[in-house]
Design a protein around this ligand. Structure first.
Ligand code: BG6
Length: 324
């Protein structure tokens, strides 16, 4: 695994060509490429990557509040989507794993390196995990003043040949209990939003944030398509709402399958024409045609963390229609 890190960004590339790049600012994944070098995430051309503003694109992390919560005493003073995406995280290290047996005999190794196919097969299951950390002591004074609770966060980004997993563990290190929300604000790259359909949210109830007042308890009946501003917080149906995969199709091709672990909600967001115009860091202005946010999170309620408790949530974005 090729690897580079400086004081602002960590990048890892698998032997098969896939790569991931994570900014320390916000632990924001800003690039995920497949083996052909095709970018899977949308990143605004005007995104600030210098730490002056949360990144417009990639995968910003939302914690400890989704949106703003004026009525929630503990988080009411925090900026939109909390401070995780605008704090500088620490890079804790990398680990690689390979589930196929490594060639042990020289004869096998010689065959493997001389035959391109064998090399690809041997390397196929190699993956790399990058770990990042943030705790209360790493927050800005402003964030600490607005949210004075002791916590520890570990964020792991795992690149596989055909998937990317992001996993967040939040621990309450305080003597008091506190409540939080978390979400992974993934900007998926698509070729043409008008040919996209989202499957897996049928029969899910949702809150529509584009209406005024916000309308609740709506229900999808068929696959979701996007033809205007869309901002919905879904709670998929079933005993285990986090177990339902969400598949994003372009035409009849499954492009991404989003799997969730312990994250009961899915936000679907596209700003469309007018909202995109209103965001200074959203470029090009017609970039809304090339992005779709599918955001796994725990945001419809509050996670109560007693002292010492942890909450863990994860997403895996699989290329294509596979559901691991
Ligand atoms: C989504 C919210 O998750 O994030 C939207 O549901 C919001 O309401 C969007 O507009 C972008 O937020 P921000 O703070 O990055 O502009």
């Amino acid at each position: 695994v090729a690897f580079s890190a400086d004081n602002s960004r960590v990048t890892a590339t698998l032997p098969t060509g896939e790569s991931v790049s994570v900014l320390l600012y916000g632990a924001t994944v800003v690039s995920w490429k497949d083996k052909n070098g095709d970018e899977k995430l949308w990143l605004s051309e005007a995104a600030k990557l210098d730490g002056s503003k949360p990144v417009r694109g990639g995968i910003p992390l939302v914690f400890p509040v989704f949106g703003t919560a004026p009525d929630h005493a503990q988080t009411k003073d925090l900026p939109q989507h909390g401070f995780a995406r605008s704090s500088r995280w620490e890079f804790l290290g990398k680990s690689t794993s390979e589930s196929t047996p490594t060639p042990t005999t020289p004869a096998f190794a010689a065959t493997a390196t001389s035959a391109a196919g064998a090399v690809a097969a041997a390397a196929a299951d190699l993956s790399v995990k990058l770990d990042f950390g943030l705790s209360s002591s790493g927050l800005s004074e402003d964030a600490r003043a607005k949210w004075p609770y002791a916590f520890n966060a570990i964020y792991s980004v795992t690149l596989n040949t055909d998937s990317l997993t992001t996993n967040l563990v939040i621990t309450n290190d305080d003597e008091r209990s506190w409540e939080c929300q978390m979400l992974m604000h993934t900007y998926l790259r698509v070729n043409d939003i008008t040919s996209v359909s989202i499957h897996g949210l049928e029969n899910a109830s949702y809150v529509d944030k584009t209406t005024s007042p916000i309308s609740t308890n709506k229900q999808t009946t068929s696959a979701l398509t996007i033809s205007s501003e869309t901002d919905r917080v879904y709670t998929p149906a079933g005993d285990d709402p986090a177990s339902i995969p969400i598949t994003v199709f372009e035409g009849d091709q499954p492009k991404y399958t989003v799997l969730r672990d312990n994250l009961a909600n899915v936000v679907v967001w596209n700003p469309w024409i007018e909202k995109a115009k209103g965001m200074a860091d959203f470029e090009p202005k017609d970039g809304y045609k090339n992005m779709l946010c599918v955001e796994p999170g725990a945001v419809a309620t509050w996670q109560v963390l007693e002292p010492g408790d942890a909450f863990e949530g994860a997403q895996t974005i699989v290329l294509g229609g596979k559901q691991n």
